[in-house]
Design a protein around this ligand. Structure first.
Ligand code: UD1
Length: 418
């Protein structure tokens, strides 16, 4: 069992390059199976979730290798559309393969996906979208079999702007007959990246980044090379890490326009942020100020994936902050762990009331999910004494060696192997 041991109290300084976005790379890797051939993807992070996606692609008959930030996938040899249950259980994003496999093979067998325990993560919108395109779906226990002799374009209204459902439906519709209009679509930057990738393959999609996406079906696609966008959640995590340690760092290779809501909130907390092209300079010489009200919502609002990290900053801020979580109901698991480090946070339904304390204290804490784990690492950087974060496989799902990146910025953090 690996753990991270952090000696708190060091200000971060220096510069760091932000790696590619997990949430963009995963659906794009899934899309590679839509037509057989060789794809080269750049700026792909080395993460557990990416590794699981490559394992699934191999189980379906593809060849896939990662070398540094490049992944090459050969999908001509894909012969199966049955995703092994054991691999599905390891990562929710395995569900992204439904649309692409249905499109290529006319059938797909999957199981209810696994992933972070941050609430009841349904897939009904994915399934209803595929049904609207003409798929027949049979659910037996945990197993879902989806078949379609041919997919036809349709008008689809999502009940809520689900990121995954938007992406799955886009991929299934790319080679469907006719036009698909997807309303109330999610607007996350990763959806625009998927649109750009699919259009590079020859798809005809417009509208990603708005709430209406139009997909004109094309008869065929061609394999391509593509570079993944920077990870805005990793960038946001480092913005907070610099702010909480009263440090001064530069984040390189980022897209600041993907971080507008986060930068807005951090500035309200008194953090100094200067944007210079694809570089963000962040510094925070003083104690952060409380922020009265932050509400997580779909993009372009404040992202749920940075709620726990920003909460740590507010736990040391001057005054009372209120954070409302509207995307995932189970996303306050880090609160108990932060309380053990001295934070004063009360949760009432989906709101957290955070009364800033002068200091946090090192403790042994447990990462309960990916972003909660990152938040505990940040708390450890600012705490007095030693913090040990356990269950760090969650963190490895989304951060490419977080301890290496933080050490580069002057933190004292080591990975220990029990
Ligand atoms: C994606 C991101 C995740 C992020 C989330 C919200 C990836 C790989 N993961 O997850 O990091 O936290 O967006 O920004 O991109 N829902 C339904 N039915 C469905 C699908 C979703 O009710 O069929 C609900 C979920 O339970 C949740 C909400 O919709 O409450 C948003 O989920 P969704 O946008 O689908 O998140 P993911 O795509 O799973």
């Amino acid at each position: 069992m690996e753990k991270l041991v952090i000696e708190g109290g060091r200000s971060l300084s220096g510069a760091i390059q932000i790696h590619g976005a997990k949430n963009a790379a995963l659906p794009i890797l899934a899309a590679c199976i839509m037509t057989g051939g060789t794809y080269t993807l750049g700026n792909v992070p080395s993460l557990l979730d990416i590794d699981v996606m490559l394992q699934i692609l191999r189980a379906l008959g593809c060849r896939a290798e990662q070398q540094g930030e490049f992944i090459t996938v050969h999908t001509r040899t894909a012969h199966s559309s049955h995703i092994p249950e054991e691999l599905m259980g390891q990562m929710r994003s395995s569900i992204f393969l439904m649309g692409p496999l249905l499109s290529r093979f006319g059938s797909v067998t999957v199981y209810q996906p696994g992933g972070c325990a941050i609430g009841d993560r349904k897939i009904d919108l994915h399934l209803r979208g595929l049904q609207a395109l003409g798929a027949n779906i049979t659910e037996t226990g945990n197993k879902i079999v989806c078949t379609a002799e041919r997919l036809r374009g349709a008008e689809i209204m999502l009940d809520l702007p689900s990121v995954g459902a938007t992406e799955n439906i886009m991929m299934a519709a790319v080679m469907a007959e006719g036009v698909t209009s997807l309303y109330n679509a999610a607007r996350e930057p990763e959806i625009q990246d998927l649109q750009n990738f699919l259009n590079t393959m020859g798809a005809d999609i417009i509208g990603a980044g708005t709430d209406t996406i139009t997909i004109k079906g094309v008869p065929s696609l061609i394999p391509c090379s593509y570079r993944i966008i920077p990870d805005r959640i990793v960038a946001g995590t480092f913005l907070v890490a610099a702010a909480i340690t009263k440090g001064s760092i530069s984040l390189e290779r980022v897209n600041p326009s993907h971080l507008t809501a986060v930068i807005h909130i951090l500035r309200r907390a008194g953090v100094q942020i200067i944007i210079d092209g694809d570089i963000i300079h962040v510094s925070n010489p003083a104690r952060a100020k409380a922020v009265e009200r932050i509400v997580t919502s779909p993009h372009p609002a404040f992202p749920t994936d940075l709620q726990s990290q920003v909460m740590v900053l507010l736990s040391l801020a001057d005054g009372l902050s209120i954070m409302k979580e509207t995307v995932f109901e189970g996303r306050f698991k880090h609160v108990d762990e932060l309380s053990r480090m001295g934070a004063d946070i009360r949760v009432d339904l989906n709101s957290a009331f955070i009364r800033g304390v002068p200091r946090l204290y090192g403790a042994t804490v447990e990462a309960t999910d990916l972003r909660a784990g990152a938040a505990l690492v940040i708390a450890g950087l600012a705490a007095h004494g030693t913090t040990t974060v356990e269950q760090i496989h969650h963190i490895d799902r989304g951060y490419d060696r977080i301890e290496k990146m933080l050490t580069q910025l002057g933190a004292s953090i080591v990975r220990q192997y029990a």
